[in-house]
Design a protein around this ligand. Structure first.
Ligand code: F6P
Length: 412
């Protein structure tokens, strides 16, 4: 007779995704669902983040359903709903959330998210005793995971969040592609990249040939702006084909002469339920200042939602699997209020080699770029950061058509 008893038969897990999507969300959901099912859990998807636990609830059954973990985004949808009262939404949603957790008999809640989503999950665990396990995600890669990077013997506290490797690959490719149009018009292209508070994603443009970069961590004051523009001119003049790609984070704080102050560029006056405004447009400001002050033609390109879109790349696919294995470990040990993380930054082939650990969700939070990764004087990322990125992006890849055609002289 087949042995059908499973440890958690009859128990239920609810998975939700909150915040901005990434190409690795479906991969995370599928990896967790597959493993939890093997343990005997019924796995529900809670739709639209915390919103799916409001009202009557909005849940779907993922158990034994076909699933495509390579397809980007999230099949269970996402939102930036905050369970706790905020200025924008003063209503306390926690009682309704608790009621629904009970009505749907959810034993363990898995929140896939960044600082906001997992912060709320941790609060529900601490204040209401809800059994939660966090799962990291963010395209910005600025969620503290305490992942160590060994750079030539120096240990750097780095970050590795599912979604980032796929997004970084897209930005690397975009920088590579923009080069041909920049070269054709002898232009500077300012490539704007998501990253409200941190420049991790912006740095991946360097792997595709961007030569300068600005990040939110280092403010562009009046003096720094002059120095930056000089550096731009020098780098452009030095370039063989008179072309240059500059990568800038959407959250860069830039000196504005008209108002005599340093500020970000806002895309809208709205803020979300976690109090975050929307940024966008800094690349246009920088491009027009380059054109006006340096007399070099410059254009802006906002990469926007592109790195958040499309399929899950192979590194992320494996990373989500390794982290989901750690979820199993936490479930078996009944350790809640924890989030699985990678202990060390490793190349693709070593991803599954017992390299995971977990951190208390109280210790998560935003993690800006470490100083070792960005050179303020050079307005560029360091070799240490390139070494970090090479684990999932391979070598720096610059599209180059090297030609040296002879110039034709008129015959008469
Ligand atoms: O999830 C973070 C992020 O990717 C930020 O870099 C960006 O500012 C924000 O999402 C934009 O999100 P949305 O427009 O989807 O609310």
């Amino acid at each position: 007779m087949a042995h059908t008893h499973k440890l958690f038969n009859g128990k239920k897990i609810g998975i939700l995704t909150g915040g901005g999507d990434t190409p690795a969300l479906n991969s995370s959901i599928e990896s967790i669902r597959n493993r939890a099912s093997l343990l005997g859990y019924t796995v529900y998807g809670i739709r639209k983040g915390w919103k799916g636990l409001l009202g009557d609830g909005d849940l779907i059954d993922l158990t034994n359903q076909p699933y495509d973990g390579y397809y980007g985004g999230t099949s269970i949808l996402s939102s930036r709903t905050n369970p706790f009262p905020t200025k924008k939404n003063p209503e306390d949603r926690v009682p309704q959330i608790l009621k629904n957790i009970e009505r749907y008999a959810i034993d363990v809640l898995i929140s896939i998210g960044g600082d906001d989503t997992n912060g709320a999950a941790k609060r529900l665990y601490e204040t209401q005793g809800i059994k939660v396990i966090g799962f990291p995600k963010t395209i910005d890669n600025d969620l503290r995971t305490k992942t160590m990077h060994n750079y030539n013997g120096k240990l750097i506290e780095s970050v590795l969040c599912p979604g980032f490797p796929s997004g970084a690959k897209a930005i690397m490719e975009m920088a590579m592609h923009l080069r041909t149009t920049a070269e054709s018009h002898s232009r500077i292209i300012v490539l704007e990249v998501m990253g409200r508070d941190a420049g991790w994603l912006t740095g991946s443009a360097i792997m595709g040939g961007a030569e300068l970069a600005l990040v939110p961590e280092f403010v562009i004051t009046k003096e720094r702006k002059d120095f930056f523009l000089e550096t731009v001119k020098e780098t452009y003049m030095r370039s063989k084909k008179k072309a240059l790609i500059i990568a800038v984070s959407e959250g860069v704080r830039w000196y504005d002469e008209k108002n005599d102050k340093v500020d970000v560029v806002y895309a809208s006056s709205e803020v979300d339920e976690f109090g975050h405004p929307r940024f966008g447009g800094i690349s246009g400001v920088i491009a027009s200042e380059i054109t006006n002050k340096l007399g070099i033609e410059a254009r802006a390109q906002i990469s926007g939602y592109y790195p958040r879109s499309g399929k899950c790349r192979s590194y992320d696919r494996r990373l989500t699997g390794a982290l989901a294995d750690k979820v199993v470990d936490l479930l078996l040990r009944e350790e809640y209020g924890q989030m699985p993380v990678m202990k060390n930054i490793v190349p693709f082939v070593e991803l599954e080699e017992f390299n995971t650990s977990s951190i208390d969700m109280g210790a998560i939070g935003n993690k800006p770029l470490p100083e070792d990764y960005y050179d303020i004087q050079a307005f560029n990322f360091t070799d240490a950061y390139v070494d970090f990125l090479q684990n999932f992006l391979g070598q720096i890849c610059i599209n180059e058509f090297k030609y040296n055609f002879p110039i034709v002289i008129p015959e008469k």
